[in-house]
Design a protein around this ligand. Structure first.
Ligand code: FMN
Length: 171
């Protein structure tokens, strides 16, 4: 799939089939995460690939009962590694580490879409509960919960902002 088509065709998918994600596709998702840019190439990020039903239940509860987290065969949790990010001080901890996660997750979501998978970025969750679900070490801050699986339904494209609204051109 062309990059343009992946970018334009990706939707946030919140309904999943039960079919598992094949191992080679799981590996491709990991590859996409790891191929993203990273501040100073320090890779201040860690990704948890969750297949365990109990842990998924706890993540869904942490995300205020967003049920589709339970229904996805795979749930990826992106975490910022604040210990590594501290190399850049406050800016590293407060900004670069989050950006490292975000750019990786978008890479992964586009890869997922190109492989016929659906995903959605879940940002509404209680961080301490999510961290407890995975027994995260203190330096890892959970940034996004991303359920992944074969779509049972694909929503239509949401309204986008116009270029005039979102882009300022400076010549
Ligand atoms: C930072 C962030 C947080 C989000 N949190 C949630 C969430 O908690 N639950 C959810 O269902 N979707 C969440 N979304 C997905 C957005 O609702 C979705 O991207 C938006 O409606 C545009 O739709 P699209 O992704 O299909 O283009 C989040 C997206 C982002 C980028």
């Amino acid at each position: 799939m062309e990059v343009y088509d992946a970018i334009k065709g990706r939707r946030s998918v919140r309904r999943f089939k039960k079919d598992p994600v094949e191992e080679e596709k799981v590996e491709a998702l990991k590859e996409a995460l790891r191929s993203a840019p990273s501040a100073g190439n320090l890779r201040m990020r860690r990704f948890y690939f969750v297949f365990n039903e109990e842990v998924k239940k706890r993540l869904s509860a942490a995300a205020f009962d967003q049920r589709f987290i339970l229904e996805a065969p795979l749930v990826v949790v992106a975490c910022a590694d604040l210990r590594i990010a501290d190399y850049y001080g406050k800016r590293g901890v407060e900004l670069y580490a989050i950006q490292d996660c975000a750019v990786s997750v978008e890479n992964m979501m586009l890869m997922a879409h190109s492989l016929g998978l659906g995903s959605v970025w879940v940002g509404a969750f209680a961080e301490s509960e999510a961290a407890r679900s995975l027994s995260l070490p203190e330096e890892l801050r959970p940034v996004a919960i991303v359920p992944v699986g074969y779509p049972a339904a694909v929503p239509s494209a949401p309204k986008r902002g116009t270029a005039e609204e979102e882009v300022v051109t400076v010549r």
